[in-house]
Structure formats: C-alpha cells, structure tokens
Design a protein around this ligand. Structure first.
Ligand SMILES: C[S@@+](CC[C@H](N)C(=O)[O-])C[C@H]1O[C@@H](n2cnc3c(N)ncnc32)[C@H](O)[C@@H]1O
Length: 201
C-alpha cells in the first residue's frame, strides 16, 4: 500500500529536518557570515566607503584573453594611458611594455602596494607605469589619450558622461566586458566575458 503524505513527510523530516533551526544557531551563523564578509571586503574593497553605492566596483582581474584583446584594440596608438581601477596592475604592465605612458588609478591600497612592488621588482620605470591611490571619479582625465575600463555594467553610463566631458577629441576608450550604452563602437574583439570594445571620442 502507498504511504500517506503525512508518513512520507515524517520520513523526509528524519533525513532533512523541516522545523526551523534554533534561534541561537541562526544568530551565530549570521554573525559568522557577516564577520567573514567584513574580512573579505577589508581586503577586496578598502577605501570604498566614500564611493556612492551605485558606483562601487569590486576587484576582479581581467583574463589573459581580455588583456590580449585590449592590446590589439590599442595597436597603432601612442601616448598616455589611464587604466580606471587598475587592480593588480596587469593592464598597466601590458600597456607599458607596448610603449604607453601609463597611470593606474586604484582605490584599493593593498592592490596599489602590490602593483607598485611588482613594478619595482620587474624594473618598470615610473615614467612608463605609475600607480596612484586615487578615486578616478574625482580625478580629471583630460591629459589621457587612451583609457581602459574594466568595471561594471551599472557604472558605464555615468562613466561615459565623464569621459565625454574630459577626454581630448582624439582619445580612444577601451571598455572590457561592459560596453558604453548608446556609444557607437569603432571595433570589438572577443566574445562573452572576454568581449572588448574600442571607441574613438
Ligand atoms: C574589475 S577590477 C579590474 C582590475 C584591472 N583593471 C584588471 O583588468 O585586472 C576593477 C577595479 O577598479 C577598482 N575601483 C573601483 N572603483 C574605483 C574608483 N572609484 N577609483 C579607483 N579604483 C576603483 C577596484 O578596486 C578594482 O580593483
């Protein structure tokens, strides 16, 4: 004979209790996760408190393919380059080895320290690669001929307005993974997470 639904539920509860957990256990689990998140954000997002929540972008390094796409879209270009949110400095190092005079803007002091020590270690001169601990939203970008941005979809529209106001007419902007909404692109490379777009101001 088939079991009634009550019998089935009783058996199920023996394996996976359906009753709510003890409130103290819930509180401890919540506190543990909050603590872990606090420690994680201390390392990945220091300096973020002063940035409005809609403009916060966490650290995520670009992939090798992404970096290669960016460098291909910068072929034939020269001059100064700003990487907005330079992370561990990988895009700045790639661009500086192609002859650009690069500045990496980075809000996370741990990543700035890492990129600077890597530059010293690999003997990249500061005339080729500089890392500044600065909020790029508060920095004037008018001296840059090239800008790279691997940020987040929610900030691209606001960033586009800033760049249109500040960049010289012949500047090129490279957007990684997230395009500028409404901007016509000159070219694009890659697909999916590695897609990269070039825009001439
Ligand atoms: C998605 S990661 C990209 C890192 C690096 N460009 C790369 O391609 O590997 C974005 C970086 O932007 C930094 N960032 C976010 N908002 C910033 C701001 N307002 N000023 C400077 N850096 C910022 C974050 O700390 C993070 O390292």
């Amino acid at each position: 004979m088939e079991d009634s639904i009550e019998v089935i539920l009783q058996d199920f509860e023996k394996v996976l209790p359906l009753s709510s957990p003890h409130p103290l256990l819930s509180a401890c689990t919540g506190a543990l996760f909050a603590g872990l998140y606090g420690v994680w954000s201390l390392f990945t997002m220091p300096g973020f408190r002063k940035i409005p929540s809609n403009l916060k972008v966490p650290y995520l390094p670009s992939s090798r393919d992404q970096t290669l796409n960016i460098m291909k879209l910068l072929e034939g270009r020269t001059g100064r380059l700003a990487d907005l949110g330079s992370g561990d400095g990988r895009l700045v190092f790639a661009a500086s080895s192609a002859g650009f005079k690069c500045t990496g803007f980075e809000i996370n002091s741990i990543l700035v320290a890492y990129a600077r020590s890597r530059a010293r270690w690999t003997a990249v001169p500061s005339s080729q690669a500089t890392f500044v601990k600065k909020d790029f939203w508060k920095s004037n970008l008018s001296q840059y001929d090239n800008v790279t941005a691997f940020l987040a979809t929610g900030v691209m529209e606001v960033l586009g307005e800033k760049l249109l106001k500040e960049l010289p007419d012949d500047a090129r902007v490279i957007a990684c993974r997230y395009p500028f909404p409404g901007w016509p692109h000159q070219s694009t490379l890659g697909s999916g997470l590695n897609q990269t777009w070039a825009y001439d101001i």
